[in-house]
Design a protein around this ligand. Structure first.
Ligand code: GDP
Length: 454
């Protein structure tokens, strides 16, 4: 029998209440041992009472508690929840009593893991629980909610079913190797392979959007001193909601800020901290720009359009070449000294926008360009769910590769039975997304990243 587990499910700190969750066959017995309800405890009814030390009889806290019998609980096991006062002392003492009464401290993610093992959630749904908890924007939250509701799982299951059908078809065609049956089989096989492959491409096309909505779009602001990098950062921060994060700046020389741009978390790195006068430090500035750009999904390359271009502008352009860049011609409120063609030649292929960080002009257009960029993949993919998880993306790509291999065998005129291995591998990779064919280590790995009490 599984052990009964317990943990504090709310953050440790000062709160109105704090919740201790207990899950497993012993939940009710343990609850009754540490909690004295004022009236008889009824299932699914909150009861008022006292948490007491069963050995000394001492009162530890005033609390509310509920017992939820299996299977209609988060873990599908018997669950007890005790709502203490939200102090670390009350929670710590109560948890200790629960543990002394026979529960074991839950590992991070263990409640959700049990929900998965007991079939309440599939693996991708379980993963979305963590995303729900850590979502930083409403868009990220609703994406996680969609995944919890099984949008991605549903799509993946449908694709697996078609591959299974194909596997059955391949098995049958082996038994009837006549010419005309074979021809029909090849046509049908090609059709299924291609359509599943196309669905996978569609899902994969959403992966960048999904990742960005979840983790944020990393933007590096680069440009020589005094072009207006700090002014732009400040203008954006004043206009938009700043996101409070715990991501520390990578170096003393750069400032990192997060803001919510219409649901897109923007993680901005400004290299303005570098003050350059000497040649050596100038080179450092260019080096820093290169480093910041390397890490970024998008580079804002600022130039001061009110002054002729300088050698330094060209050096920084060189440093960020090859990255996706927005070339921002700042100080559009002043008389212009840089022609657009001249600026465009600096960074061929970059999107060019005129802005004034000071007057907050052009920021709306900038925002629209960012949005278009982030949603590009997802828009092509119609109403498909967004893939927002690196693990899912890798598995979808691996499945797509197997199908490509199968298609190559087919068009090379190979016998149908040779395709079976690739098709089965694709079916298995997709099953790892939902956890149906995932190995124990993968499942362990997924839940290891959870927080305590979830
Ligand atoms: P950084 O060194 O690149 O961070 O540049 P700053 O943001 O410190 O700006 C340098 C100077 O340019 C400051 O005096 C700003 O007030 C000024 N500045 C920045 N953006 C604009 C703009 O759009 N228009 C005008 N007229 N001045 C600006």
């Amino acid at each position: 029998m599984e052990e009964t587990i317990a943990a504090v499910a709310t953050p440790m700190g000062e709160g109105g209440i704090g919740v201790i969750r207990v899950s497993g066959a012993e939940a009710e017995r343990i609850l009754l041992r540490v909690f004295r309800p004022a009236q008889r405890l009824a299932p699914r009814r909150f009861s008022y009472g006292r948490v007491i030390d069963p050995e000394s009889g001492e009162t530890v806290d005033e609390a509310m508690a509920v017992f939820l019998p299996a299977p209609w609980t988060y873990t599908r096991e018997d669950v007890a929840e005790i709502q203490c006062h939200g102090s670390a002392v009350a929670l710590g003492k109560t948890l200790e009593l629960v543990l002394r009464s026979g529960a074991r401290l839950a590992e991070p993610g263990e409640f959700t893991k049990r929900a998965f093992l007991n079939g309440r959630l599939d693996l991708s749904q379980a993963e979305s629980v963590m995303d729900l908890i850590s979502a930083r924007t409403e868009r990220g939250y609703s994406m996680a909610l969609g995944q919890l509701e099984g949008k991605l799982s549903g799509e993946v299951r449908a694709l697996r079913e078609r591959l299974l059908e194909l596997l059955a078809h391949l098995a049958v065609s082996l038994d009837f190797p006549e010419e005309d049956v074979e021809e029909l089989s090849r046509a049908k096989t090609a059709e299924i392979l291609q359509s599943v492959r196309a669905e996978l491409s569609g899902l994969l096309a959403t992966a960048d959007t999904g990742r960005i909505l979840r983790e944020g779009l990393k933007v590096a602001i680069v440009g020589r001193p005094n072009v207006g990098k700090s002014s732009l950062l400040n203008a954006l921060l004043r206009e938009k909601r700043a996101i409070v994060t715990e991501i520390p700046g990578t170096t003393r020389d750069t400032i990192e800020e997060s803001l919510d741009l219409g649901g897109i978390p923007l993680l901005l790195t400004d290299t303005a901290g570098i003050r350059q006068t000497e040649d050596r430090i100038e080179r450092l500035g260019i080096e820093k720009s290169r480093e910041a750009a390397e890490d970024a999904d998008l580079v804002f390359f600022l130039i001061d359009a009110a002054e002729p271009l300088r050698e330094e502008d060209r050096a920084i352009a060189e440093a960020v070449r090859g990255k996706r860049c927005f070339l921002l011609l700042n100080k559009s409120d002043l008389p212009q000294a840089v022609a657009e063609e001249e600026a465009a030649a600096l960074l061929p292929g970059a999107e060019l926008l005129r802005i004034s960080a000071e007057k907050k002009e052009g920021l709306q257009a900038l925002e629209e360009r960012i949005r278009a960029l982030v949603y590009a993949g997802a828009l092509q993919s119609g109403s498909r769910p967004l893939v927002n998880n690196a693990r899912h993306k890798a598995l979808l790509a691996a499945a797509a590769e197997e199908l490509d291999a199968a298609l190559a065998l087919l068009s090379a005129g190979e016998a149908l039975d040779l395709l079976e291995m690739n098709v089965r591998a694709a079916w298995e990779r997709l099953g790892e997304i939902t956890g149906e064919t995932a190995a124990e280590e993968i499942i362990e790995e997924v839940f290891r990243r959870f927080c305590l009490g979830k």
